[in-house]
Design a protein around this ligand. Structure first.
Ligand code: FES
Ligand SMILES: [Fe+2]
Length: 347
């Protein structure tokens, strides 16, 4: 699958970007990220214009980066402000500075034609920066193409088989889904409402519910990068009131940012925000550990699939069934985005 350019992608969790230099490759473009003294996140092309030494292997000096090879020095706009051995700085001595927006605790970078970058089009995940929620998060690199992670997240029936004992129970695979595509806004919705389900350990231990539950999974995928899973957990038979707060239920907002790194590698940024037991560190520790384990189960499976796909003859025919409706819709919207972006490197 090709990449969709002229799009915003998550390059890091906000907490990953500090005064140290951080290397990330997004859509095949090497980036160096850091934070200025004023707290502004910066993303520059990670190749010195002189002899292409990675700036991420270099040294930060104040708000500038001093190339570790011969000392070309760049400011946060990517402009070279010092070259060794001469006064005159060549006019072309600059590296690309990528448009960056930090929002909802995520660091978004624009990959493509910078004139088309509009921060208003970045999809939101407000729970991640809302003090009424407690958030755990992480990032797992995959040795697999990003389309495999999109497929994986769009079809949660795999929870029953791949994540049994954590988040999977028989009802997930057994309950049919409904899929809806908002063509205009380019969003895929997949809903699975389980009205009488076993409570998996992930929710039994974090909510304290004993017995069977009502478990709703409402997915919103905003291609290419942002995936939201609104998870509603309540004792069996408890439904949201027609008006007012749904305060007898537990809500987990599960966020994934799916960022292609190279053709065969992907960043899996994940976060779990909850509106219950927000001050309970032991619940945070448990959910962090559990979701990490679940993510690593997916990583192991997708890395295997990547090797299978890389070795197979062309034109292998997949067989799709009802559970794949959301994933197929996602593929179609992604293909549309790939077709609408501009080609070529950023300026
Ligand atoms: S490669 Fe950076 S200064 Fe020479
Ligand atoms: Fe999974």
């Amino acid at each position: 699958m090709e990449f969709a350019r002229d799009q915003w992608y998550v390059a890091a969790h906000g907490g990953e970007v500090g005064r140290d230099l951080l290397a990330r490759t997004v859509l095949g473009e090497p980036l160096v990220l850091y934070r200025t003294g004023a707290g502004e996140a910066v993303a520059l092309a990670d190749r010195c214009v002189h002899r292409r030494y990675p700036l991420s292997e270099s040294r930060r000096d104040g708000d500038t980066i001093v190339c570790g090879y011969h000392g070309f020095t760049y400011d946060p706009t990517g402009t070279c402000v010092f070259v060794p051995g001469q006064q005159r700085i060549p006019r072309t001595a600059r590296v690309a500075a990528y448009p960056v927006v930090e929002q909802d605790s995520l660091v978004w970078v624009w990959i493509g034609d910078r004139d088309r970058a509009d921060p208003a089009t970045i999809p939101r995940a407000p729970w991640l920066a809302d003090p009424r929620y407690a958030v755990v998060r992480g990032m797992a690199p995959l040795d697999a193409r990003y389309g495999l992670l999109v497929d994986n997240l769009m079809d949660l029936s795999h929870e029953t088989y791949l994540h049994g004992g954590y988040i999977g129970t028989p009802e997930v695979a057994n309950t049919p889904i409904t899929t809806e595509v908002d063509e205009e806004r380019g969003i895929v919705h997949v809903r699975r409402h389980m009205d009488d389900a076993e409570c998996p350990p992930f929710y039994a231990r974090s909510t304290g519910i004993q017995g069977r539950i009502t478990r709703w999974q409402d997915i919103e995928y905003h291609p290419p990068c942002l995936y939201l899973l609104h998870s509603r957990i309540a004792p069996q038979g408890v439904y949201p009131p027609v008006d007012g707060e749904d305060s007898d239920a537990f809500h987990a907002e599960i966020v994934y940012a799916i960022t292609p790194s190279t053709a065969h590698t992907t960043y899996d940024f994940w976060a779990v925000a909850r509106d219950f037991a927000v001050d309970d560190e032991s619940v945070s520790d448990y959910l962090h550990q559990s979701n990490h384990t679940v993510v690593m189960q997916d990583v192991a499976a997708l890395n295997i699939l990547e090797r299978v796909i890389a070795a197979e003859p062309e034109r292998y025919q997949e067989l799709s069934i009802n559970i794949d409706t959301g994933g197929l819709a996602a593929r179609r919207l992604l293909a549309r985005l790939v077709g609408s972006g501009t080609a070529g490197a950023p300026r």
